[in-house]
Design a protein around this ligand. Structure first.
Ligand SMILES: C[S@@+](CC[C@H](N)C(=O)[O-])C[C@H]1O[C@@H](n2cnc3c(N)ncnc32)[C@H](O)[C@@H]1O
Length: 292
């Protein structure tokens, strides 16, 4: 059965509004919704919703209905997503990724590292975080900016996956980093990646759901907390996360769809953090907050 993409080609601001509208209409239902930049100079973006062919008629009529009143000029277009060639796809996934000063690469691409790169070696494996996803790349970019410009004496990477973000912090600065994940496989993979990247000490890995471990009070409060999880758990965790943040500290959050960003910003503003900036990558946002 093929996968279908229904989309509207428009400007960035309209694409965002359409994304919000589709998020309202489809709420918790299991359809991927997102925006993609097509041409930065001409301000061409696409707002899309993906579904299996069997759901197309129903989704199309609901999208048509929603667009008709709010965006009568919008023209809904259709694309059949070609079956994925997994061999080609997996090779694409192994290409090195640049974000900030970082180059995240697989072990077969060590020769791609150039002078001045901060290289992080991660092979695609059992844990999320090879740098290819917009959320990881967004976090790497903001980590680079924050560690460069602010006094950061320790850090927490919550939901560490492959450990890529914890490794990134440690490669920038010789400070203690606590890296936690709810998934023990991820914690093990993260510890292996820490060793493979030549980091002998300074990163402690722990398995813990959310903030349920004494490790957080033992190692915190933190000058920098990074959490690339998902909007809903991040919103739930806002009070606890803020509690473990040191005065003057920074928080970098990702795993947030563009349409969900206002709810996350509201939750963290409610926890007395200040929104510093939001960056976009492939429909995902990474948000930097600080504690003034
Ligand atoms: C999107 S991945 C991010 C991995 C990596 N930090 C990166 O940026 O590429 C999210 C990770 O968070 C972990 N996770 C999800 N919910 C969690 C929770 N409540 N507490 C701790 N870790 C969680 C998942 O197991 C997964 O490894």
């Amino acid at each position: 059965m093929s996968e279908i993409r229904l989309y509207v080609s428009t400007t960035e601001s309209k694409a965002e509004e359409i994304l919000d509208l589709l998020s309202e209409v489809f709420g918790e239902e299991d359809f991927a919704i997102g925006t993609t930049e097509i041409d930065e100079k001409k301000d061409i973006w696409e707002a899309s919703i993906y579904m299996m062919a069997e759901d197309e008629a129903d989704v199309r009529s609901r999208v048509d209905g929603a667009l008709k009143s709010a965006f009568p000029e919008a023209r809904l277009q259709r694309e059949v997503i070609p079956d994925v060639d997994w061999v080609v796809k997996s090779l694409e996934g192994l290409k090195p990724v640049r974000a900030g000063r970082f180059l995240v690469h697989g072990s077969h691409d060590r020769d791609k590292v150039r002078p001045g790169d901060i290289a992080i070696e991660i092979d695609a494996g059992q844990a999320f975080g090879t740098g290819h996803h917009g959320t990881t790349a967004g976090c790497l970019e903001v980590i680079d900016a924050v560690v460069r410009s602010r006094p950061v004496r320790n850090a927490l990477d919550l939901g560490t996956g492959s450990g890529v973000l914890a490794i990134a912090v440690r490669k920038l600065k010789n400070i203690p980093v606590l890296a936690t994940d709810i998934d023990p496989v991820a914690t093990r993979v993260a510890a292996e990646n820490v060793r493979r990247n030549g980091i002998a000490s300074g990163i402690v890995t722990r398995t813990a759901p959310g903030f349920h471990s004494t490790a957080f009070s033992e190692h915190g409060p933190f000058d920098l907390i990074i959490a690339n999880i998902l909007a809903r758990p991040l919103i739930r965790m806002a009070p606890q996360l803020a509690m473990h943040l040191a005065p003057g500290g920074s928080v970098i959050l990702s795993g947030i769809l563009a349409s969900q960003r206002w709810k996350v910003i509201a939750a963290y503003s409610g926890a007395r953090l200040r929104h510093v900036r939001t960056i976009w990558r492939n429909g995902w946002v990474t948000i930097h907050f600080d504690r003034p």
